[in-house]
Design a protein around this ligand. Structure first.
Ligand code: ACO
Length: 323
């Protein structure tokens, strides 16, 4: 028998304020047509005054708990992926722990920018399969609107805010690719590419800073690295592309999503796409897509999923799981 981390529940939260592409035409030299055709994004949600990364994460976690039919007392660990924690410290995860009324177990943040949820899920899987935790809340939550330079049309039209949460639980499996739950993970990073995507603030500058991105350079790395990591995870899981029911990609750009699916020899009918409605929500984008994919009736129990992401670092990775 093999100890597996199976999926028990999923949920998400999006702030109420929706901003259509046309809004940016009022303040920037841009068009709805440019944004849509270059990125696939049509609208995004932005946090309002009362919304923080931890408050949105808490709401997503509450929805995941309701979906699983569990109470917060049933959870031993919270792993929260974010690059936009409310404060430098304590972690957003411990704020969520408090907001959920959890006074046992442990909570911590993971920072791998847009690959954050993949890193969080891989780490939570290791905690559950090693016996350190029995049930973990794995959350991706971001307020990238607070690190946007609103005068930079090449970045501020691309990002959005939101949160998604997944609950994983220990269960015995047979150790085969027919098992439910997380079957394989693959993590990578390469710090040589720091200048391609970073925030120009932090404790060394005394400012929060703004996101800076050489989008076309990131694009150049994305498709090849995403297809390669997906291939590695599938090989580790012992599954082939024709067995995959859904690719659940990081939602940064429809052209990256299409290019990666093509490189994996899978049709777009097998891809969960939410980028048009959410924009790039960084670490929140994959759990948001999982939750929306389930709510739409696309992802069903027993489905085989591969999920992949790349972002600042560069950091990238993938997870293969059976829902
Ligand atoms: N409206 C109109 N024109 C624009 C806009 C805009 N909003 N933004 C840029 N342009 C212009 C540029 O100035 C440039 O003009 P020029 O040729 O006169 O210099 C032209 O459009 C082309 O710019 P590119 O950057 O080459 O455009 P590209 O086709 O590469 O699309 C995009 C840009 C959408 C950013 C794309 O490169 C992309 O999606 N990159 C990957 C982003 C990503 O995946 N990031 C990783 C995750 S994010 C994270 O980790 C936080």
């Amino acid at each position: 028998m093999t100890r597996r981390a199976v999926i028990r529940g999923v949920g998400h939260y999006l702030p109420e304020r929706v901003v259509e592409n046309a809004e940016f035409e009022k303040t920037l030299d841009t068009t709805d047509e440019w944004i849509k055709s270059r990125s696939g994004i049509e609208r995004r949600h932005f946090a309002q005054d009362g919304d923080t990364t931890s408050s949105m994460a808490t709401k997503a976690a509450e929805h995941a708990l309701a979906d699983a039919g569990l109470q917060i007392s049933d959870i031993d660990a919270i792993v929260l992926a974010t690059s936009t924690a409310d404060l430098t410290f304590p972690s957003a995860a411990t704020m969520v722990q408090h907001q959920l009324g959890m006074t046992h177990g442990f909570a911590f943040d993971i920072q791998a920018v847009c690959a954050g949820f993949i890193y969080a899920l891989a780490n939570a899987n290791a905690l559950v399969t090693s016996g350190q935790a029995n049930r973990a809340l794995v959350i991706g939550a971001e307020t990238f609107s607070r690190i946007m330079d609103w005068s930079d049309r090449s970045t501020c039209v691309l990002f959005g805010d939101g949160a998604g949460a997944l609950i994983i639980e220990a269960q015995e499996g047979n150790g085969t690719s027919a098992d439910s739950g997380i079957l394989a993970t693959d993590l990578n990073s390469d710090g040589r590419y720091r200048e391609l995507l970073y925030v120009d603030g932090g404790v060394s500058t005394g400012t929060t800073g703004y996101l800076r991105m050489q989008g076309n350079q990131v694009f150049r790395h994305a498709v090849a690295k995403l297809a390669a990591t997906a291939h590695t995870s599938m090989e580790r899981a012992g599954v082939t592309a024709d067995e995959i029911d859904w690719i659940v990609p990081h939602q940064a750009n429809i052209r990256i999503i299409q290019g990666t699916a093509k490189k994996m020899n899978l049709p777009m009918e097998k891809v969960i796409v939410t980028v048009q409605d959410h924009g790039n929500t960084s670490a929140a984008s994959i759990p948001l897509a999982l939750s929306v994919g389930k709510a739409r009736g696309q992802i069903k129990p027993g489905d085989l999923l591969v999920t992949e992401a790349i972002g600042g670092g560069l950091a990238w990775g993938s997870v293969v799981m059976r829902w």
